[in-house]
Design a protein around this ligand. Structure first.
Ligand SMILES: NC(=O)c1ccc[n+]([C@@H]2O[C@H](COP(=O)([O-])OP(=O)(O)OC[C@H]3O[C@@H](n4cnc5c(N)ncnc54)[C@H](O)[C@@H]3O)[C@@H](O)[C@H]2O)c1
Length: 410
């Protein structure tokens, strides 16, 4: 008997829901409905077009859409689903506290329509304890619906590759829910790891916070080195070269996007604001644009046109959610004569072509290291700020050459 006949993914046309839907369509015999509230995305997905960049998905989506997979605005699909996966999470509010309002509203609507004995899977990152709250909510409404928490851990842009390669963490309060979640995800990946629900919630938050803290260490070191006129990239390159213990030493760069800061703040709230490393990481990562502007103040900023190359929150992406390039733009607009921005992927009518940006600007900042920027011709008369060390000019000479130049100075 198949694990599921009919799966509905709520928020199914977004960055988490759509890749999962595509993978499930290629690996199961179930009918899969991508339920969403955005009619444009629903139309686009049904016509076989990806609403965002995701490696490999452009090719696979047309092969499965209209067959076992389809997108819909119609919540009636919930009536017949035996598995409902929701990506609605717990965002942070204006006080930097997680809010469960939208999640509760969504769960209540789902419970009204889901059938008895179906399985509800929470897929988004949630505040610790939320799975328990949802489980209790189901029971107090007298519904016999199984609840599991199976967090998404892919990196945006690599979803199709990672969904089938990464172990899937699964958690539930009852054996039946755990069994059904296990059977479903074993169709997607070879390994599932079982945890208690709050362990799984923390596992996901630790994953994102760990990355955010790591980037903060590098960004702090970047600011230390640059403040005394040294090139962080050269030092970083020397530190990691043929030295396996430092493999996880990240390069400097904007740590942004919809998840890392939000999830660090969830842990901060959970710890009763005692997560000092998390708050320190936030000050460092969010302060990097201010640091760059501070350094440029010595260069007659008020007379200069500054170009920002890359407005997405990370390389090769078209996703500009919580991008620090936009924060940098705002800061520069107060201080520079003019600010121009470009990005080959981000849909934003205010952006201009990169060639025009380079020709107009006196100062060029690499906001995000899209690979198309790596070998761009930039005249030597222009100042280039490349926090990422992504361009050839930022690379280090061979270690031996450095050693001999240091020796000759000694
Ligand atoms: N993007 C990632 O790589 C990633 C990874 C792990 C976890 N998450 C978490 O997953 C959650 C979703 O992130 P995302 O990047 O997919 O967001 P997204 O904005 O790309 O997708 C969310 C989708 O849900 C739809 N939607 C919103 N409210 C809805 C509702 N009530 N009913 C049906 N559809 C609705 C939106 O139209 C959108 O298409 C977030 O909480 C995020 O923290 C994201």
């Amino acid at each position: 008997m198949p694990v599921a006949h009919h799966i509905v993914i709520v928020g199914g046309c977004g960055h988490v829901g759509l890749p999962l839907g595509i993978v499930l369509a290629t690996r199961t015999s179930a009918r899969i409905d991508l339920l969403d509230v955005d009619p444009n995305k629903v139309d686009q997905v049904n016509s076989g077009k990806m609403p965002f960049r995701e490696a490999g998905a452009e090719k696979v989506l047309p092969q499965v859409i209209g067959k076992s997979l389809r997108a819909t605005l119609d919540t009636a699909v919930l009536n017949t689903a035996d598995v409902v996966i929701t990506v609605i999470g717990t965002p942070v509010d204006e006080h930097l506290n997680p809010t469960v309002t939208e999640l509760y509203r969504n769960i209540d609507r789902l419970l009204e329509q889901m059938k008895t004995d179906s399985l509800l899977i929470l897929r988004s990152t949630v505040y610790p304890g939320v799975t328990n709250l949802v489980y209790n909510r189901v029971r107090t409404r007298g519904r016999k619906i199984h609840v599991a928490f199976c967090p998404e851990r892919i990196a945006e842009g690599k979803a199709l590759e990672e969904l089938v390669a990464l172990p899937q963490i699964i958690a539930a309060f009852e054996p039946e829910a755990l069994k059904r979640a296990r059977e479903l995800f074993l169709l997607v990946t070879d390994t599932v790891v079982e945890l208690a629900p709050m362990e799984a919630e923390l596992a996901k938050l630790f994953t994102n916070s760990w990355r955010y803290l790591n980037f903060a260490i590098s960004n702090q070191f970047y600011m230390l080195a640059q403040s005394c006129g040294l090139d962080f990239t050269r030092i970083h390159d020397a530190v990691v070269r043929e030295y396996p213990r430092m493999k996880s030493f990240a390069k400097a760069g904007f740590a942004a996007g919809p998840c890392l800061l939000k999830d660090t703040l969830q842990l901060a709230a959970f710890s009763g604001n005692q997560f000092f490393m998390g708050h320190a990481a936030m000050l460092i990562n969010e302060g990097l644009p201010n640091f760059i502007v501070g350094q440029l103040r010595n260069t007659n900023l008020s007379d200069r046109c500054v170009a920002i190359l890359g407005m997405a929150f990370k390389a090769e992406s078209d996703d500009s959610r919580e991008s620090l390039s936009y924060k940098l733009k705002k800061l520069l607009q107060v201080e520079a004569r003019e600010v121009v921005c470009c990005d080959p992927y981000v849909p934003d009518a205010s952006l201009i072509p990169v060639e025009e940006a380079i020709s107009r600007a006196d100062t060029i900042i690499i906001g995000v290291p899209h690979s198309v920027y790596r070998d761009l011709e930039i005249p030597e008369t222009k100042t280039v700020v490349d926090i990422w060390g992504s361009r050839d000019s930022g690379r280090l000479a061979p270690v031996a050459a450095i050693r001999s130049s240091e020796e000759s100075r000694a």
